[in-house]
Design a protein around this ligand. Structure first.
Ligand code: UN1
Length: 512
């Protein structure tokens, strides 16, 4: 494979300072792309280019920008299979899921193409006659968007599509291990007719990106940062933007709980836990962290869950499998570290752990020289365990028990994240008590912790984010700023609060 890709700034290939090889995690001898990495100065220059281009882009009427979004959607749809195949090849996501991921871009475009003809402001009554009040949504300017590679195209589209629709320019820094997928999506966006410089793609490592972002913020060429990644880096990005009086839209990790009530349909809960915990090899930020199961159904649930995991298909992501390999080598290394958190008081009920190899197969699958790992269920997890408290990106799920729903809610909130959550129950009272008590931005009832739809608000609280929301109409508040206008046509100076008509009530009045 000799795919070579570099950053594109203002429509031109940008200089590279280093090279990265994006590897197929299902067959680690295959290089998917050689990626030229840029340095901090190039990142900052891209933000300056974007700033220039944004002025003209903002003048394009929103309905016309909406037509560009429509074209992006059609182009992605027409290239869906090629893009999904590339996602599968580059990060090992099972093909059916990769196609779903590409579908999510189209859904996002479908939603926002109409927003081009809405993007409503308001007319508001004034407290004085012959005066009118209005609100307008203005683009923020330049958005720097830094994304992870577990959703290499769908999650970036949640930023890019609304940002562009609202009249902003974008500098996008995708994960280097998903660079080829990102570059392909970038080309589809550009083919829709975006003027040069409105969307720029910069490949760079974390340190250079951070420095570049700092430079750009100092120069005043970035007004919004979108970041999807770990809570640790998110905290640093939040600090940096805060120092420059700019805000970040942070979409961070999760330790997503699933509560199984005694009245739950157990087979449904097992099916949900299997997909939530081990679909995408547990590498969604919405993946299941801990099953909090009522003590009366614990044994039955664990037995069925363990059986489902043992019988699940792990393997070549081009085939019909529950999960493929881990995303890239660094994720495999980190995952092996999480496995060391398993303590003597824990019980691994799913079978083998660690890398899948000839000596350590999963059923008849021997690992095929990829970054494949056994799915692991750890029973007997306690609230003080690292396995309970911290995100473990990868195929590992903890199980613990509870007695009352209040106790379950307390356990579910304890790790301090707040992205997604789920409850399995047949009693509506439990549903609403859980919804009210859970800190998560997303609550599933009788469904997986993962699987957000493209037109509902998505985002987390606590260690999962800073309360910002993506998707649907809610993300518009990230990429626009409200402007209030008042227009006095009375021909005199009417002073607010002072020149206001007063109607005197008889407040002593009482009914007989
Ligand atoms: C992520 O992993 O960053 O809800 C987002 C879901 C997906 C999005 C996951 N639609 O699982």
């Amino acid at each position: 494979m000799n795919r070579q890709i570099v950053s594109v700034v203002g429509g031109k290939d940008a200089a590279t300072a280093d090279t990265y090889e994006s590897i197929n995690p299902a067959r680690t001898t295959e290089v998917v792309a050689r990626v030229g990495l840029a340095d901090a100065a190039t990142f900052a220059a891209a933000c300056r280019t974007a700033k220039e281009a944004q002025r003209e882009w903002a003048k394009v009427p929103a309905p016309v920008r909406g037509r560009v979004i429509a074209s992006i959607g059609r182009l992605v749809e027409a290239n869906a299979e090629s893009l999904a195949r590339l996602v599968t090849e580059e990060i090992g996501k099972p093909y059916a899921e990769a196609l779903g991921e590409v579908r999510e871009i189209v859904d996002t475009c479908d939603f926002f193409l109409g927003e081009g003809r809405r993007l409503y402001g308001q007319t508001v009554p004034s407290e004085m006659p012959d005066k009118n009040l209005f609100t307008f949504r203005n683009p923020v300017g330049v958005a720097a968007v830094v994304t992870a590679g577990n959703f290499p195209v769908a999650v970036p589209s949640w930023y890019l599509v609304p940002a562009l629709l609202c009249g902003n320019a974008v500098v996008w820094k995708p994960a280097e291990y998903a660079a080829a997928s990102a570059h392909a999506m970038f080309r589809l966006f550009v083919a829709a007719g975006l003027p040069d410089g409105v969307l720029n793609i910069v490949f760079a490592d974390g340190a250079e990106t951070f420095r570049g972002l700092e430079l750009a913020l100092e120069e005043g060429s970035v007004q919004k940062v979108g970041f999807t990644g770990s809570s640790e880096v998110g905290r640093k990005v939040g600090e940096l933007t805060g120092r420059h009086l700019q805000s970040a839209c942070l979409e961070l990790g999760g330790k997503n709980p699933m509560v199984v009530m005694p009245d739950a349909e157990l087979d449904l809960a097992v099916e949900g836990a299997l997909f939530a915990g081990f679909g995408t090899a547990g590498q969604r930020c919405t993946s299941l962290g801990t099953v909090i199961v009522h003590e009366s159904v614990h044994d039955e649930f664990v037995e069925r869950f363990a059986r489902a995991v043992r019988e699940s298909r792990i393997g070549d992501p081009r085939q019909d499998v529950l999960a493929g390999p881990l995303l890239a080598e660094k994720f495999a290394e980190r995952y092996e570290e999480y496995l060391t958190w398993i303590q003597p008081h824990h019980k691994v009920v799913s079978g083998n752990i660690g890398k899948i190899t000839k000596e350590n197969p999963h059923g008849d699958f021997d690992g095929d020289q990829g970054l494949y790992y056994h799915p692991v269920i750890v029973d007997g997890v306690r609230p003080t365990d690292r396995l309970f408290l911290e995100e473990t990106f990868g195929p590992i799920v903890g199980v613990t028990t509870f007695r009352t729903l209040d106790e379950a809610i307390e356990l579910a909130n304890l790790p301090g994240y707040g992205l997604s959550s789920s409850i399995y129950t047949t009693d509506p009272k439990h549903v609403f008590r859980f919804r009210e008590g859970i800190s998560a931005g997303m609550v599933s009832v009788n469904n997986s912790t993962s699987g957000a739809e493209a037109h509902l608000p998505f985002g987390g609280n606590g260690k999962s984010g800073n309360g910002s929301r993506q998707s649907g109409m809610w993300v518009l508040d990230q990429f626009t700023r409200w402007q209030a206008m008042n227009w006095d046509h009375s021909g005199r100076l009417q002073k607010a609060q002072m020149d206001v008509a007063d109607i005197t009530p008889d407040l002593e009045f009482r009914l007989p």
